[in-house]
Design a protein around this ligand. Structure first.
Ligand code: BGC
Length: 767
């Protein structure tokens, strides 16, 4: 995709809109507030390429899974977060011409996303069928202050002559997902409607959504009390207005919608709530309501911002990542999680993936450990389902699903997604990560041990002993690299299983010592015996980890594949997944995403610098980064081994994955979970942030293009501001007690009295 976006450090600007980039820009201009959100669709509709989508977090439907050939163990249902009623819509006709940027002419198009306050603004001159022009300005936001509120301001000024403007703000429950396995009207059923409210419910999951709209009209800023015709048909309500608009007079339509779902509220209450909420809010105007949301954003930015001076391009990109990730998931609700596309597209069904534990949770650890804990509890609460998932495959212990909304496996693709059992270790590793960062060992007692022990039990049952080589093997899996399916001894899978078994074994001893009563209670509940823990240790010691010289072999037979490097692929054949057959992809050594490198990143301390370097060089040459989850991990490892130019190149790839449509698939939605990885490539990569032995360590590097890098980090009730400039590192303790910190392995004390300053070691890529 050619770069069609511009802007500055706080804005994303689009001045060139056409049908070719409409889907891409719909994704880029998505808005959300954690509760609900949707793509950057036009209020008035668009007759060209469009994916009209608006979702309520966690409101899903068990769609029918579709298989060519069903086999035992495949899920029967394909849970998906479904499109909820369209609340942004306003149909518009000017002098009989339907306002549609696909069918009619327009000029001076400009769309701006203001990331500082979450306002989306669009302006253009619309040219109707008679060649008459009207000035249009549309603004929209989803309130961060009141999570149920959507506000739109739509202004029309006829330039050349007076105009008859017909418009119809509406709420439409006739929505479906473009890939649904069932018929449209199966998702939503009408419960109630009147002139301003619509209540619908899903058929089997019984989620209710009530939405109420209020419309305010003004002419040149003077309120106009105009009659409307109420339109009610099926699951649709609209308010149709016809206005005779004098030349150069500004018609402003303000549409406010309050939408509640029944996830955490009694379903009989939601209509009442949406009606009273809209009555309260529609007393104010658009700008006033925006102010309240803006104030909330100000607070959020104070907490999350990563400041980069000297490189507007990187600054804009990192803010885009922060804006989208933090408006997708706000962390208060333990029953919600982060889907790879958030609210920006249907792909991945709004479900939870292992992405959360590996890419997002570590980011939240430095931002707000309560959010990280809520993410862990989400998995803890689904432990019974994970135990059942393992049982369905004929195995003991717990197997967390690859894709889920209700704890059960929710995806219908066997070799790729279901065979990626490596995800199970991610759940255990997240617990370890959380405890290391927070020191909250009670988590292990209250929740963690049950999870890791059941995951260890799964691995102990899943391994196969090879008596000839006296090793345990794990056969028939897909590693993180989805380009090679059904492989044996995926190095990453084996490494992490080995780690989990050892960790669970050690934690069993720790828990017995710390709280014997709780330990006995858990052993009784799951029938764990001393011998079983011992067995985990034995298996862990003997899990097969294949290496050839210094190279860790990604899976058995990797070297027998046709050995290609990324330079063997002509540019016009990228991404290969859109140009090559699956068979061709499978038979060569090119890999989709961090696999061995992910293992080296997660268990960095287990490997020597030389091992990390050799493997980085080897696998980087073969990695296409056709998953957004890949470049950030390579970037962090590159920072750790001193390949700083490479680290910066890969950071940019991660940060710009959507803005520059690096993988030619942003049109399906943004890569929300990988945005956590992008932030980590700054925090853990350039800053070198790490928690070891209850202390923070940093070893900062500043890319030459940057003059200053500033972040805030939370660590055990302390709030630190860390600034890295060309020559200096400054650390200010903003909240909490004095603490020690390691900078390039030297110990310093940080206290409230004065800001800690020390010289920065200047590295270059040859280090
Ligand atoms: C990646 C997976 C990832 C999924 C969702 C796929 O393209 O290969 O690792 O979990 O996207 O982000």
């Amino acid at each position: 995709m050619r770069r069609i976006l511009s802007g500055d450090e706080w804005t994303i600007v689009q001045e060139c809109f056409d049908d070719e980039n409409s889907l891409f820009s719909e994704s880029i201009f998505s808005l959300a507030n954690g509760y609900m959100g949707g793509r950057g669709n036009f209020e008035e509709g668009y007759g060209g390429k469009t994916l009209r989508s608006f979702f309520h977090a966690g409101v899903y439907y068990p769609d029918k899974a579709q298989y060519g050939w069903y086999k035992i163990g495949y899920p029967l249902k394909n849970n998906k977060v479904i499109n909820s009623p369209d609340i942004i819509g306003i149909k518009i006709k000017i002098n009989g011409s339907k306002l549609d940027l696909f069918k009619n002419s327009f000029k001076n198009f400009k769309r701006i996303l203001n990331m500082k306050n979450g306002l989306l603004k669009r302006s253009f001159i619309f040219i109707d069928k008679d060649g008459m022009q009207s000035d249009i300005i549309v603004k929209r936001f989803l309130s961060m202050h009141n999570k149920n509120l959507l506000a739109i301001s739509y202004s029309i000024v006829p330039i050349d002559r007076s105009a008859i403007v017909e418009f119809e703000p509406y709420i439409d429950g006739n929505v479906t997902n473009s890939d649904s396995g069932e018929k449209t009207d199966c998702f939503w059923k009408e419960v109630y409607k009147d002139e301003e409210s619509l209540v619908v419910k899903t058929k089997s999951t019984d989620f209710h959504i009530a939405s109420t709209m209020r419309v305010k009209i003004s002419l040149d800023n003077k309120p106009l009390n105009s009659e409307y015709i109420s339109v009610k048909k099926g699951k649709y309500i609209g308010q149709k207005y016809i206005i005779n608009l004098p030349k150069r007079t500004a018609l402003k339509i303000e549409k406010f919608v309050s939408s509640f779902n029944s996830r955490n509220i009694e379903k009989n209450e939601i209509l009442k709530l949406s009606k009273s909420d809209i009555a309260n809010n529609s007393k104010y105007d658009f700008d006033y309501l925006l102010l309240a949301s803006e104030k909330k954003w100000k607070k959020i930015w104070k907490k999350i911002d990563i400041k980069i001076d000297g490189d507007v391009y990187s600054q804009q990109a990192i803010r885009f990542n922060l804006f989208m990730l933090n408006s997708t998931y706000t962390g208060e609700d333990k029953s919600l999680n982060i889907s790879p596309k958030g609210f920006t597209g249907e792909m991945y069904n709004g479900s939870t993936y292992w992405d959360t534990e590996i890419y997002c949770l570590p980011y939240f650890l430095y931002l707000d450990s309560q959010i990280a804990k809520n993410l862990l509890l989400y998995r803890f609460n689904f432990l019974p389902q994970a135990i059942n998932n393992a049982k369905l495959l004929g195995l003991k212990g717990a197997l967390y699903p690859m894709i889920t909304l209700d704890g059960n496996e929710g995806h219908a693709e066997w070799e790729i997604t279901l065979m990626e059992i490596h995800r199970n270790s991610a759940m255990a590793f997240a617990i370890y990560n959380y405890i290391i960062a927070t020191g909250d060992t009670n988590y292990m007692v209250d929740f963690g041990f049950e999870v890791i022990a059941n995951i260890a039990r799964f691995w102990a049952d899943r391994v196969i002993y090879n008596s000839e080589n006296k090793v345990y093997t794990i056969l028939g899996v897909t590693g993180p690299d989805e380009f090679h399916n059904n492989v044996d001894n995926n190095w990453y899978t084996n490494l992490m299983a080995k780690w989990v078994l050892n960790y669970a074994y050690k934690q069993s001893a720790w828990l017995k010592n710390k709280n014997e009563e709780k330990f006995n209670e858990i052993c009784k509940k799951y029938n764990f015996k001393k011998e079983e823990f011992k067995k985990w240790q034995e298996i862990s010691e003997k899990i097969f980890l294949n290496r050839k010289g210094d190279i860790f072999v990604q899976f058995d037979g990797f070297f027998e594949k046709e050995q290609l490097t990324i330079y063997d692929v002509p540019h016009d054949q990228l991404p290969v997944v859109q140009h090559w057959s699956w068979d061709r992809i499978n038979r060569v050594s090119l890999i989709k995403q961090a696999d061995v490198i992910l293992g080296l990143y997660l268990l960095s301390d287990h490997f020597t610098l030389n091992e990390k370097k050799e493997n980085f060089i080897f696998y980087e040459l073969r990695t296409l980064h056709e998953s957004s989850l890949s470049p950030s991990i390579y970037s962090i490892l590159a920072s750790h081994i001193g390949l700083y130019d490479k680290a910066f190149e890969l950071f940019k790839k991660s940060a710009l994955y959507d803005l520059e449509d690096i993988n030619n698939n942003t049109e399906h939605g943004l890569h929300i979970t990988s945005m956590g990885g992008t932030c980590l490539s700054i925090l853990e990569g350039f800053i070198g942030l790490k928690v070891k032995d209850d202390k923070i360590q940093i070893s900062p590097y500043l890319p030459p293009e940057w003059k200053l890098l500033k972040v805030r980090v939370i660590f055990r009730e302390r709030l630190l501001s860390i600034s890295i400039s060309k020559k200096e590192i400054s650390i200010t303790l903003l909240k909490g007690d004095d603490m020690d910190i390691f900078i390039y392995s030297n110990k310093f004390n940080v206290n409230k009295e004065k800001c800690l300053k020390c010289r920065r070691i200047i590295y270059n890529s040859k280090n």
